[in-house]
Design a protein around this ligand. Structure first.
Ligand code: SAM
Ligand code: SF4
Length: 326
């Protein structure tokens, strides 16, 4: 078992397959010109499989593949199929642009639930946020997955003044479409121009929805990061991930592996443990995992508190989101 100093059992591993991406979301990519990590420095298929197996032997029962955009990696299908043989719930977070090339692989790997990111329902705003013109493709791919009965969570990063005026458009979408929209509070990472006044909080999100709809809270599942709600008569549901205004660290079960093989015990942790170099030089991995998790901070990587209005983003030591793996 992987247990930290606060008795939290860690059984959920998020593996970043790459820091490469075919979109350029401004809140995720650093502002300056970004050079993607060369393929040779990334974990190779057999290395991802070997590390995943070690985590599984230590009690991991859920693995999420992420990035960067996991599906831009040339050998993504091999990785998905290799990990699908492990006794874990395997899932993926994607921007949806490559889904049409991967539906069969996902089915073969028995992945039935996916997270797709989509911050706006307007093509022009999609271009503004992602700096790419792929809105129609993403919408088409979401429909493709719905037609094939996948369970779809839609990740929406809500930013004050950018897309907060679309919250109820997303809710309206859930009326006849079985999508599960998750509104995410904007988080600070290196180079993402975060300021506290751009955060649109859970309370504000619920107020906007409450002006138009009567919603009820759904039962939380263990380790849920999202507070879930339903609106009677709607085919889909919605949820809020309130990392900034009401964190859920107390029940955290998550660990991360970056695409270059560094373990992070928290999304916001400063320190990293180089598992890939250890694996390549034949060192014992389990003690490194245990050591990393024992040093996990109580909340938010020990770098800030829920009093997010007083955060100075430039003082936080971390990677950019694209290199951590969201
Ligand atoms: N490329 C894939 C995608 O976009 O779904 C997977 C990687 S992405 C880093 C994972 C998730 O992190 C996405 O839903 C994205 O919107 C979210 N994300 C990125 N930067 C964020 C930030 N600063 N605050 C909140 N969520 C963020
Ligand atoms: Fe790429 Fe996802 Fe980051 Fe957007 S959020 S730049 S799609 S990794």
């Amino acid at each position: 078992m992987i247990v930290d100093g606060f008795n939290r059992v860690h059984n959920y591993l998020r593996i970043s397959l790459t820091d490469n991406c075919n979109l350029r979301c401004f809140y995720c990519m650093p502002e300056e010109d970004y050079i993607f990590t060369p393929a040779s420095q990334l974990m190779q298929v057999d290395e991802i499989e070997a590390l995943a197996k070690i985590f599984v032997a230590e009690g991991v029962s859920k693995i999420r593949l992420t990035g960067g955009e996991p599906l831009v990696r040339r050998d993504a299908a091999d990785i998905i199929l290799a990990l699908s043989k492990l006794p874990v719930q395997l899932t993926i977070t994607t921007n949806g642009t490559r889904i049409h090339e991967f539906v069969e692989v996902l089915e073969q790997a028995n992945i039935r639930s996916l997270n797709i990111s989509l911050d706006t329902l307007k093509a022009e705003k999609f271009q503004l946020v992602t700096r790419r013109n792929q809105f129609d493709l993403v919408k088409k791919n979401i429909q493709l997955l719905l037609d094939k009965n996948f369970h779809l969570k839609i990740n929406v990063v809500v930013m004050n003044g950018l897309n907060d005026n679309e919250i109820n458009d997303f809710i309206e979408w859930t009326k006849d479409t079985p999508v599960h929209v998750r509104f995410i509070e904007f988080m600070p990472f290196s180079g993402n121009r975060w300021t506290s006044n751009k955060v649109f909080t859970m309370q504000q999100i619920l107020e906007v929805i409450g002006e138009k709809y009567l919603y009820t809270r759904l039962q939380d599942e263990k380790h849920d990061t999202a507070k879930k709600y339903m609106i009677p008569g709607h085919a889909g549901t919605f949820a809020v991930i309130s990392t900034m205004s009401a964190n859920f660290c107390g029940d955290c079960n998550r660990m991360r592996l970056t695409a270059d093989g560094k373990m992070k015990n928290c999304l916001f942790s400063k320190q990293e443990t180089d598992l890939l170099t250890a694996l390549r030089s034949g060192k014992e991995i389990v003690p490194l995992i245990q050591q990393s998790i024992r040093s996990k901070a109580k909340e938010l990587g020990g770098q800030f508190t829920a009093d997010f209005e007083h955060i100075h983003a430039e003082e936080i030591h971390n990677r950019s989101m694209i290199t951590i793996g969201g």
